[in-house]
Design a protein around this ligand. Structure first.
Ligand code: CA
Length: 220
């Protein structure tokens, strides 16, 4: 029995996955294809995808944002959880990675729900703000270049409606955020954003220690 978050050894982690993950065939295929990729560690864990899917369904979300697509696992789980007229505006700069994503969106029959914007995410987000789409998104997932995390957070916070949810990935950054000796740029940026969000009264928060750490921030 413990009233602290457990440390997962690989046996307990495998158990967790074995009795909780319900991954459809297409998601499994995408995960396996991405696992062979050089940047495979950028893919979210299946239990994290399932949590996000549950949250989207729980909220009855319709209009969502994704900052950082990679090969499309997270946008696919979100799109599958959305109603048929739901939308994901998905931001990425990589033609190569998102070509894989597109193939699986197509295969899963959800490509009509996903609007891929191939441009720097900060430009796409600014454009949405300029178009008057602030306070209209139900859910957003931030999982892109860590050096811009604070900018993405501020832009997305404008775009999400009060009561909307922002999920921010990699906030525990392999444990490096807790090691003061780690002073590389990305670690410092994530640590600074974590500190800021902790005291940010614009949101209610929970840092969920799933995968590499997922902050959930509910806009007040
Ligand atoms: Ca990530």
């Amino acid at each position: 029995m413990a009233n602290q978050t457990l440390r997962f050894d690989s046996k307990l982690y495998r158990y967790l996955q074995s009795i909780s993950v319900r991954e459809t065939q297409i998601l499994k295929e995408l995960r396996q294809e991405t696992a062979n990729h050089l940047m495979a560690r950028m893919q979210i864990a299946p239990e994290q995808g399932q949590l996000m899917s549950l949250l989207v369904e729980l909220m009855g979300a319709k209009k969502t944002l994704e900052v950082g697509v990679f090969t499309g696992y997270s946008s696919l789980v979100v799109a599958l959880a959305l109603p048929d007229d739901g939308k994901v505006i998905a931001c990425d700069v990589s033609e190569e990675y998102t070509a894989i994503a597109r193939r699986y969106w197509e295969k899963a029959g959800v490509s009509h729900k996903i609007d891929l914007r191939l441009a720097p995410a900060s430009e796409t987000l600014n454009k949405l703000i300029a178009e008057g789409q602030s306070n209209t998104f139900d859910f957003a997932f931030i999982d892109a270049d860590k050096s811009n995390y604070d900018n993405y957070y501020e832009q997305v916070l404008k775009l999400v409606r009060p009561g909307g949810l922002i999920a921010i990935d990699n906030v525990l950054w392999g444990g490096k955020v807790a090691e003061q000796a780690e002073q590389d740029n990305r670690t410092k940026k994530i640590r600074a954003l974590n500190d800021k969000i902790h005291n940010d009264l614009r949101v209610n928060i929970s840092l969920v220690p799933i995968a590499d750490g997922l902050t959930l921030a509910l806009k007040r």
